[in-house]
Design a protein around this ligand. Structure first.
Ligand code: XMP
Length: 511
């Protein structure tokens, strides 16, 4: 096990992810984790992540510095590197305008440690202002770039390694090799983590814990709840109770398709709760995006609680399963709105009221690990690799008030858009694509008649993790086809716009 101490840098997750990909277990702990807490995990090595702030700032954050006395390898990346240099008596320079950002060529000066097997010159990815100026005693420089004399250093006796650049991002060409050297050669970790056999590994403790008692789960058709349900179905098929709430805010055909899937797979207790009317009533007159999310979250809990009480009369339900995944749990993870809220609300209300114990079998997995687990469990590829869909559904793709007419327009346009993107073979390369209704009416002309209808925006983005995104370069002829089909087939729309904004500063969804 390798511990990644998270100083809030945007890549802490990526470091843990890469280490797991290499075949050994990694966990993220907050930077202030106590020495005892770190020791509990029995780590073979520690990685100190980057941070958004500079270590030279007055209130710079620090870990429990006793970790520096640990007799195990420590790798500091960016902020972590500077922290280590400072601790051992080196000095830093604040460089102001001399910021180094992007790809750089690094001259490799020491190849016995973390750079074993690398070339004399390597492409690395930098993002820093401050830099190590004077090395601590006993340390040697192992890499330099044009602007940064100390791009990497080490003290092999102490087993301390510092990298000013980011080996975890793909732009550092041999970044994986560097992490591999650290994890296996330097820390001596074993290649003993793989997704193979994970279904079995996760099922056994569920069987033990649940025994003959009932488990309740709210499924949405989304990947996380689906894989959780599939895993539970494998572990405790007879005592699993799945509830799919039809909020009326789902995509066209979603409820039917998901229901068919659960029935085909032989889930014994699967029910759809039709709550469309209640959700629409609660959304009436709400224009504010946050209020919309809140109304949806609360209504969801209300409907789910009612159903849970009803089921509780028939079955001995003692557990509530949730599709919480690793990034949902970690402090620095971007809280992505209502889905998180729904999860935490469930955590607070349902289990307490009904005395249910929460089980979260995917809590240590990243999204693509969840998808792979889904494949291992035999779920169809098109189900596990589908695009993300937000918890509050189509409601956040209608700006302003959600009404039945507007819902019907986004649902139909979304359907046409998805169909055309799939036909054009573009669905694999795009992270997410959907339509959003802009509730402004504009003048148009159709069959010689004046029209006065809504505008629809087409959003399609490429992204690695949803944190940043670029607009997808959809070919003009495909856009033309989509636009004319939407205006011809969907009543209530007479204009189609293509969104060319990036995140940041825009977001992926509209709200
Ligand atoms: P934004 O709009 O913040 O979206 O750029 C980033 C990613 O998060 C998804 N998203 C949500 N997912 N519940 C979810 O489960 C939500 O409330 C929610 N809001 C945004 C969004 O679809 C994108 O993938």
């Amino acid at each position: 096990m390798i511990i990644v101490l998270d100083f809030g840098g945007q890549y802490a997750h990526l470091i843990a992810r890469r280490i797991k990909d290499l075949g050994t277990q990694a966990a993220i702990l907050p930077y202030h984790a106590s020495v005892d807490e770190i020791r509990k995990h029995e780590p073979l090595g520690i990685v100190l992540s980057g941070a958004p702030a500079a270590i030279t700032e007055k209130d710079a954050i620090r870990p429990d510095m006793k970790i520096m006395d640990f007799d195990m390898p420590i790798l500091g990346i960016c902020y972590g590197e500077q922290l280590m240099a400072q601790h051992y008596g080196g000095s830093l320079a604040t460089r102001g305008a001399q910021r180094e950002y992007g790809k750089e060529e690094m001259q490799v000066k020491g190849k016995n440690g973390i750079f074993k097997g690398l070339k004399d010159q390597e492409t690395v990815w930098m993002s820093h202002g401050d830099a190590v100026e004077k090395l601590p005693k006993g340390f040697t420089v192992t890499g330099s770039t044009r602007k940064c004399a100390v791009a990497a250093f080490e003290n092999s006796e102490k087993k301390r390694y510092g990298l000013q650049f980011h080996p975890e991002v793909v732009h550092t060409k041999n970044g994986s090799k560097i992490l591999e050297n650290f994890v296996f050669r330097i820390c001596g970790a074993a290649k003993d983590y793989s997704l193979k056999g994970l279904d079995e590994q996760l099922s056994i403790p569920i069987q033990k814990e649940v025994g003959k008692e009932g488990v309740l789960i709210a499924v949405s058709g989304g990947v996380d709840s689906l894989v959780t349900a599939a895993l539970l179905h494998r572990a405790v098929p007879e005592n699993l109770y799945c509830v799919l709430i039809d909020t009326g805010l789902m995509r066209k055909g979603e409820i039917e398709e998901t229901s068919r899937y659960f029935q085909k797979q032989g889930f014994q207790h699967f029910e759809v709760v039709n709550a469309e009317k209640r959700f629409l009533e609660r959304l009436q007159g709400i224009l504010d995006p946050e209020k919309k999310r809140e109304a949806i979250g609360h209504t969801f809990i209300e409907v789910f609680e009612e159903k849970a009480r009803e089921l509780g009369k028939k079955a001995n339900i003692r557990f509530l399963a949730q599709g919480t995944i690793y990034p949902d749990r970690i402090e620095s993870a971007q809280a992505s709105g209502a889905a998180e809220k729904i999860k935490s609300h469930h955590n607070l209300t349902l289990p307490e009221k009904m005395h249910l114990k929460v089980i979260e079998p995917l809590k240590d997995l990243y999204k693509d690990e969840v998808r792979h687990l889904g494949e291992i469990l035999g779920l169809p590829k098109e189900r596990v690799w589908r695009q993300p869909f937000p918890g509050p559904g189509l409601a956040i793709r209608i700006l302003g008030e959600v009404t039945p007419d507007r819902l019907s327009i986004v649902r139909e346009t979304d359907y046409v858009y998805r169909e055309e993107i799939r036909k054009a073979g573009l669905d694999k390369g795009v992270w997410q694509y959907f339509t959003a209704l802009i509730p402004v009416k504009v003048v148009g002309v159709m069959a010689d008649k004046r029209t006065y209808e809504y505008m629809i925006a087409l959003r399609a983005v490429t992204s690695k993790d949803g944190m940043t995104a670029d607009f997808a370069r959809i070919p003009m002829d495909v856009l033309e086809r989509i636009s004319s089909r939407i205006v011809n087939d969907v009543k209530g729309v007479n204009r189609v716009l293509y969104d060319v904004s990036q995140k940041p500063p825009s977001t992926i969804e509209y709200e």
